[in-house]
Design a protein around this ligand. Structure first.
Ligand code: P6P
Length: 283
């Protein structure tokens, strides 16, 4: 897996350079979810595809920015599902964005995820990697090289609340759940970028990030293979929990289509237990 993580380090440096030097405008294409693509989305996807072409361990690539599966090495062991530049539209207002990688062995579904990684492109480039039965590992780039910083553990209870989704379309019990956390003194931390928002909760010791199903988007907005399952793995390995609105572990998701989405809750144990109470799914 180190070969794959090292490739992601090379990718991170190249995408960070592209963010800082290339045109932030829109391309004349759209992705498989019908969203207009930024030139940076296309460039980031190209950088990732080119980098993994040289890694024989990689059997297939599935990108959030494209339909279908790109077969690379038929003897390869892993399928990598990735979001090349999540929240890319935040780059042109100078907010942090990120790349997310889910590394699957066999059919891409929750139980087959064997590792995940994400990169935050912010004031610094930071990489988080996660393997089974290990705490996530934080790395920070300095002059193009990544240095290991520390392992990451979530506290039982945190202080941060990152409530996603359009509030006017939240159901009543979700609104009560979110408001009750603020009434307990939680701090609002939501930039609209999944990667920096989840990264902040991990590094600041805990809290909860939620992107629920809403009346206008009942299955939520975040994609299972590229975003939800890789972060669910991160949060579980950090000692937290990651569930959907029915109280099912996001690591048990089996998408029927590569671009399927899911309502998702990632957080420390106290906050997730509170969510289960609010949603009536405390088993
Ligand atoms: P909203 C960015 O477009 C993204 O996919 C995630 O990075 C982020 O968490 C979410 O959408 C934000 O969505 O509806 O709050 O703007």
């Amino acid at each position: 897996m180190q070969t794959i993580f090292n490739t992601i380090k090379e990718i991170a440096i190249k995408i960070d350079f592209a963010i800082k030097t290339e045109d932030l405008g829109y391309s004349d294409s759209s992705n498989s979810s019908g969203e207009e693509q930024l030139k940076l989305d296309v460039k980031s996807d190209y950088i990732i595809e080119e980098a993994f072409k040289d890694v024989s361990l990689v059997k297939d690539l599935i990108s959030e920015e494209k339909e279908g599966v790109l077969s690379l090495h038929k003897e390869g062991k892993y399928t990598i599902c990735y979001d090349p530049l999540d929240g890319s539209s935040l780059a042109d207002v100078n907010l942090s964005v990120g790349s997310i990688f889910g590394i699957y062995e066999g059919e891409p579904k929750g139980e087959n995820l064997v590792a995940s990684a994400y990169v935050v492109y912010g004031p610094r480039i930071e990489l988080m990697t996660a393997l089974k039965d290990e705490r996530p590992k934080l790395y920070r780039a300095q002059e193009g090289l990544f240095n290991f910083i520390r392992e990451v553990t979530l506290n039982e209870k945190g202080k941060l609340n990152a409530p996603g989704g359009t509030q006017q379309h939240w159901c009543d019990y979700h609104k009560t759940f979110i408001d009750d956390l603020f009434a307990e003194g939680y701090r609002l931390r939501y930039s609209g970028g999944m990667v920096p928002d989840l990264h902040q909760i991990l590094l600041k010791g805990g809290g909860i990030f939620s992107y629920p199903g809403t009346s206008d988007v009942p299955n939520g907005k975040l994609r299972q293979l590229f975003e939800v399952i890789p972060f669910a793995f991160m949060y579980e390995q950090a000692g937290g929990q990651a569930l959907n609105n029915k109280g099912l572990r996001l690591m048990e998701l089996v998408p029927s289509h590569p671009h399927d989405t899911s309502p998702c809750f990632f957080g420390s144990n106290y906050e997730i237990e509170a969510m289960k109470e609010a949603y009536g799914v405390k088993h």
